[in-house]
Design a protein around this ligand. Structure first.
Ligand code: SAH
Length: 302
């Protein structure tokens, strides 16, 4: 067997998985190597997330040790093994092949020749912040946003938990006149989103200005002043997770303009009803939904 790739996998709590993701990126950066691709997914019936790190080739012996040490992970029962050629190809294609969702094609820079003139092409490289378009939760948002295209022209939109910036940039491509805010609790994601904005030729605007384009902000939820200053939003897209979305139901609804549209994603189908109940209690009603695999996204209106 020629081992073209190596995979490290196991289960971690969401917090630790996130810390590992950030640490991996920083460590790869410090060592001047291309960051390996980490994917983390919520699992049905478990509080633990599934984490897979794909290395294009076998990392140095000490790399994994140093990574876990820096991420503060002790006693983790992970698997670390070469991936057979066939698996590696399918895994890496799954992570790296261009993805079509709604009117969009999301592709990595290595596939720049695969763009399609009839679609809105967004270049987002994997391995930085979450949101290459490959995950079902992102694709479901892109589909619902494409559906809104005919009926809505938002003037003031928010992408809460922007990750790679993919949804804010998608909004800027569909609605080039809109004021868009892309926020994330993670400053690294905000930097990545801003870079992706430049790569995709989306104008950056200053927060709280009337200019069209995307403003990038580090903020936890909606209570930070710069995000409050921009409300009400006539479109909010939030691909976070069921738990935080339920916790933030009042804040998110409070930031939404009358007749504004809200797209919620990051929920397993099994969590759909709980999320819907929380938002109905805030006076919102369901307009549309998209399902992909075990995941679903909801489109609500005020
Ligand atoms: N919007 C992208 C990324 C989704 S991943 C996409 O659809 O693909 C979810 C993002 O939400 C992560 O980048 C995470 O850092 C961010 N996040 C989690 N909790 C948050 C909070 N309370 N406020 C803002 N961002 C948050």
């Amino acid at each position: 067997m020629t081992d073209t790739g190596w995979k490290l996998s196991g289960e971690l709590t969401p917090d630790v998985a996130e810390r590992l993701d950030v640490t991996l990126e920083l460590l790869a950066d410090a060592k001047g190597i291309a960051p390996p691709t980490l994917s983390r997914f919520e699992q049905r019936d478990s509080d633990l997330w599934r984490v897979d790190i794909f290395f294009a080739e076998r990392p140095a012996e000490t790399f994994v040790e140093e990574l876990l040490d820096k991420a503060g992970i002790t006693r983790w029962a992970y698997e670390f093994a070469p991936i057979e050629d066939r698996d590696w190809v399918s895994e890496s294609q799954k992570l790296l092949a261009p993805v079509r969702a709604g009117d969009f094609l999301v592709y990595g820079s290595h596939d720049a020749d695969k763009t399609e003139a009839s679609l809105i092409n967004l270049q987002i490289d994997a391995g930085q912040a979450f949101g290459t378009g490959k995950h079902e939760t992102t694709a479901a948002c892109l589909e619902l946003m494409s559906g809104l295209r005919q009926s809505k022209a938002p003037e003031n939109a928010l992408d809460l938990g922007t990750g790679s910036g993919v949804l804010a940039l998608a909004a800027a491509k569909i609605w080039p006149d809109a004021r868009i805010t892309a926020s994330d609790i993670d400053p690294i994601a905000v930097d990545v989103a801003r870079e992706n904005g430049a790569i995709n030729a989306v104008p950056e605007r200053q927060a709280a200005s009337d200019a069209a384009g995307v403003a990038y902000l580090t903020a936890d939820g909606l209570t930070d002043e710069p995000l409050k200053a921009e409300k009400p939003y006539d479109l909010i897209v939030a691909n976070i997770l069921a738990g935080p979305l339920i916790d933030m139901a009042a804040d998110i609804t409070g930031a939404l303009a009358p007749h504004g549209a809200l797209i919620l994603s990051g929920l397993l189908i099994s969590q759909r009803d709980d999320v819907l109940t929380a938002y109905r209690a805030q006076g919102l009603s369901l307009d549309s939904e998209a399902e992909s695999g075990e995941w679903c996204a909801l489109q609500l209106t005020r």
